[in-house]
Design a binder for this molecule. Structure first.
Ligand SMILES: NC(=O)C1=CN([C@@H]2O[C@H](COP(=O)(O)OP(=O)(O)OC[C@H]3O[C@@H](n4cnc5c(N)ncnc54)[C@H](O)[C@@H]3O)[C@@H](O)[C@H]2O)C=CC1
Ligand SMILES: O=C([O-])CC(=O)C(=O)O
Length: 333
């Protein structure tokens, strides 16, 4: 009870006037369950619709006993996707397989591309005005897949499609704070680019913190490959789930607050963006101001050191390939 109250206070100090319907697709999974728990505690959520191909009735029954206002419904199997999605304001997608040691995120493409495409088709049909938050990897390709599916259905609005890259920013704060003896909550790192390896570019030069070149190189590598630390430690049983659930709940909460009309909410996210379009990358993560219609203002990358400029060039080369692969998957089908 006390923990619940603490959680609720940390999300928002004011009680929602009108809540939103949030659907979680992949809700029975390693991310889906703790993410759904955190969303059940969020006072801005009036209805929580849990969809998966397995186990959602149990997850929904369990969460529904928590004494917060959000109404919880469970939907299992493809035939129930329509009822799960209809009326959704926000759809969060953590459906799909996670990595095992030795795999890259791109190795998940063959399985997850199909899963995400099917779910995007459902969203286009049953909730064409919803905001879509994509967690499923490889994010650099799954977000373009969703965009192409929505375009095919004539319902693509770039202001309502987000790749969730919040975990990179959460990790960057934690890792920088650890070596500088600071409170991680006080450390803000602008992480730009995409969500895999060299495409993750932490702009440590913008933090105002002094680093040696050795610290910069080690921290950059750790932030780029933070996901691998968890994959290795989980030793074949999956990748980050709990930290991802927290990061995903944080992003969803920020969006919900912006949809309710709160101003000045900025989150890093991978969106259809002009930032790197002249270099050929149509999607790019930078800080984005959120508003009542989703993306309100895309911030530029900002000043970069010579070292960061070199990494930026490497990131864009890889990102372009990942984006093209996603686009081709839908266009070539
Ligand atoms: N964006 C990010 O920063 C991060 C992304 N991820 C990615 O999130 C995804 C999920 O990871 P976990 O939750 O650990 O995996 P998991 O295997 O524990 O859960 C995935 C869930 O998706 C469900 N699912 C599979 N096919 C589905 C379909 N067609 N429709 C609906 N649900 C379906 C499964 O039944 C399962 O419950 C992975 O692709 C992983 O790489 C993981 C961590 C961070
Ligand atoms: O590493 C993975 O495969 C999962 C992920 O995206 C992350 O933890 O950042």
């Amino acid at each position: 009870m006390f923990a619940t109250q603490l959680f609720r206070r940390s999300f928002s100090s004011s009680v929602a006037m009108h809540g939103k319907k949030v659907a979680v697709l992949g809700a029975a999974g390693g991310i889906g369950q703790p993410l759904s728990l955190l969303l059940k505690l969020n006072p801005l959520v009036s209805e929580l619709s849990l969809y998966d191909i397995v186990n959602t009735p149990g997850v929904a029954a369990d969460l529904s006993h928590i004494n917060t206002p959000a109404k919880v419904t469970g939907h299992k199997g493809a035939e129930s996707l329509g009822e799960a999605l209809t009326g959704s304001d926000v759809i969060v997608i953590p459906a799909g397989v996670p990595r095992k040691p030795g795999m890259t995120r791109d190795d998940l493409f063959n399985t997850n591309a199909n899963i995400v495409k099917t779910l995007a088709e459902g969203a286009a049909k049953y909730a064409p005005k919803a905001h879509l938050l994509i967690i499923s990897n490889p994010v650099n390709s799954t977000v373009p897949i969703v965009a192409e599916v929505l375009k095919k259905h004539g319902v693509f609005d770039p202001a309502r499609l987000f790749g969730v890259t919040s975990l990179d920013v959460v990790r960057a704060s934690t890792f920088v704070a650890a070596i500088k003896g600071k409170n991680p909550e006080d450390v803000h790192v602008h992480v730009v680019g995409g969500h895999s390896g060299v495409t993750i570019l932490p702009l440590l030069s913008q933090t105002g913190i002094k680093f040696t070149q050795d610290e910069i190189e080690k921290l950059t590598h750790r932030i780029q490959y933070g996901g691998d630390e968890v994959v290795k430690a989980k030793d074949g049983t999956g990748s980050a789930t709990l930290s991802m659930a927290q990061a995903g709940a944080r992003f969803t909460n920020s969006l919900l607050k912006a949809l309710e009309g709160q101003k000045g909410i900025v989150e890093p996210t991978f969106v259809f963006s002009p930032v790197a379009q002249k270099e050929g990358a149509d999607f790019f993560a930078t800080n984005v101001e959120l508003g009542t219609g989703g993306v309100a203002k895309i911030h530029p990358v900002g000043p970069m050191s010579d070292y960061e400029q070199k990494l930026y060039a490497e990131a864009v080369v890889e990102l372009k390939k990942n984006i093209a692969k996603g686009v081709q998957f839908v266009k070539g089908a």
